[in-house]
Design a protein around this ligand. Structure first.
Ligand code: ASP
Ligand code: MG
Length: 442
């Protein structure tokens, strides 16, 4: 058995829902995880924002538009009176639930985070209700596995794997006749049983958790790209999907804007050794990318870039032969809840990068107590990923040589066996990506 997750665009219209149904029906008795139809979670966030501000007409208008959209989807997708009635009943329940919060807000009761989470959960409840009704119209014995009955997190937000395994196994065993299982991505309950979620984009995480707890054969993430490409196709011509990646390599790439895979998604799958396959809904026969714990050695797999990076250098004579200097520097960032990405050190200085300038002024101010501080804005991290264990000589040299006369602000190598990170100016990014592709992949 496998778990197949389809994102918001994959189920973004009645045609695409039908197409996903065709796809899953050809693939046997599996578990299908769906996101909300594209745009829906954003609309639900918008409704919540209006409610926080007490702007009920704003919330009403957004909900009315959403309701009209779904009326049209039901009309176009479902063909039987029974099917339409079944789907509409489920969907109406969602709208009614949201409207009770309008009334409360009318009575000037404050809108809370708990209520917001309940509102955000409706997108996945609706998309799965639609798919369920559609499959039933096609005569399929589909069983719903309600995520709110088995997906649970601890207070830390970590999934309660033992609980999920137990509940989910029971739900599946109770439905031996089912030809296909369907469940909601993203939504869960917290440790006290309140509706919660796995953060935006969390449906990948749902799939990974399900694959891990049930020890399934494969976790498939279906999107509209044919796998993880070896460079950014927006800037470099002739990029190719990487056929096989190590989990560690995928984790390195996830931070660097390889947005087709949610970073958290990697962990349960990796720990339980379940391969993750990235596939394209529009090109189902394309091999995509498989991510697993074994991947070919001695090759560079992919290059990615992350924009909006700021480098902060702290230079101090006090760093020479002293201990505790780096601790003070890092603590400053920690106090401002700003995470550090790259680091380079010398005997008398250290440069770190951050991708968030919200607290920069205060951080720089405090760092001045420890040394002379300078800041470079508008930088880009280039990340070269592959089998870069230090005994594999020559790759570092090729990467740096490929950059030629492009000024390099800093380099980080050896932090893991899987990457080299290079910091360059924003204006050099595209040329750098092209040169790296030309040198490392041709
Ligand atoms: N619907 C949720 C979101 O838009 C979860 C997901 O799509 O993965 O963030
Ligand atoms: Mg996604």
């Amino acid at each position: 058995m496998k778990v197949l997750k389809f994102g918001g665009t994959s189920v973004g219209s009645p045609d695409r829902i039908r197409h996903v149904a065709d796809l899953v029906l050809e693939r046997g008795r599996n578990i299908v995880v769906l996101s909300a139809m594209s745009g829906t979670t954003n609309s639900l966030v918008e409704i919540s924002e209006y409610l926080y501000k007490g702007n009920i007409p704003g919330a009403q208008e957004t909900l009315n538009a959403l309701e009209a959209k779904y009326d049209a989807v039901v009309d176009a997708l479902l063909t039987t009176v029974g099917g339409r009635a079944e789907a509409l009943k489920a969907i109406e329940r969602s709208w009614e639930m949201i409207r009770t919060y309008f009334e409360r807000a009318d009575r000037r009761k404050p809108f809370t985070e708990v209520q917001e989470k309940e509102i955000l959960a409706q997108g996945e409840l609706i998309s799965t209700a639609l798919m369920f009704a559609h499959l039933r119209e096609r005569g399929i014995r589909v069983a719903m596995l309600p995520a709110l009955s088995f997906m649970r997190t601890f207070d830390s937000g970590e999934p309660d794997m033992a609980y999920i395994r137990e509940k989910l196994s029971i739900l599946i065993e109770q439905q031996p006749e089912a030809e296909l299982f369907l469940t909601q991505g993203f939504i869960c309950r917290d440790s006290s049983g309140k509706v919660a979620n796995l953060q935006r984009g969390g449906s990948d995480y749902t799939a990974s958790i399900i694959g891990a707890v049930l020890d399934l054969d494969e976790i498939q993430i279906w999107t509209d790209i044919d796998g993880m490409h070896n460079n950014d196709p927006r800037f470099v011509e002739g990029t190719r999907p990487v056929s096989r990646l190590h989990f560690e390599e995928a984790a390195e790439l996830a931070y660097f804007g390889a947005k087709i895979l949610h970073p958290n998604c990697v962990l349960p799958a990796k720990l339980h050794n379940i391969p993750v396959r990235l596939l394209n809904t529009m090109q189902p026969e394309a091999p995509g990318t498989i991510i697993c714990n074994t991947a070919p050695d001695g090759t560079i797999k992919a290059i990615a870039a992350k924009d909006g990076i700021t480098a902060i250098k702290i230079k101090s004579g006090r760093m020479l032969l002293a201990y505790g200097f780096l601790h003070k520097v890092f603590e400053t960032f920690e106090n401002h809840r700003t995470s550090i990405d790259m680091i380079a050190t010398s005997e008398v200085g250290v440069t770190v990068t951050v991708d968030n300038e919200a607290r920069l002024a205060a951080i720089v101010d405090e760092l001045k107590a420890f040394g002379t501080v300078s800041v470079d804005h508008d930088m880009v991290i280039l990340c070269i990923v592959g089998d870069l264990e230090w005994h594999n000589a020559g790759y570092e040299a090729r990467a740096v040589a490929a950059l030629g006369d492009i000024p390099i602000r800093m380099i980080s190598y050896g932090g893991s066996n899987y990457n080299i990170s290079v910091l360059v100016r924003k204006e050099d990014k595209v040329e750098a990506l092209r040169r790296l592709s030309a040198s490392l992949f041709s």
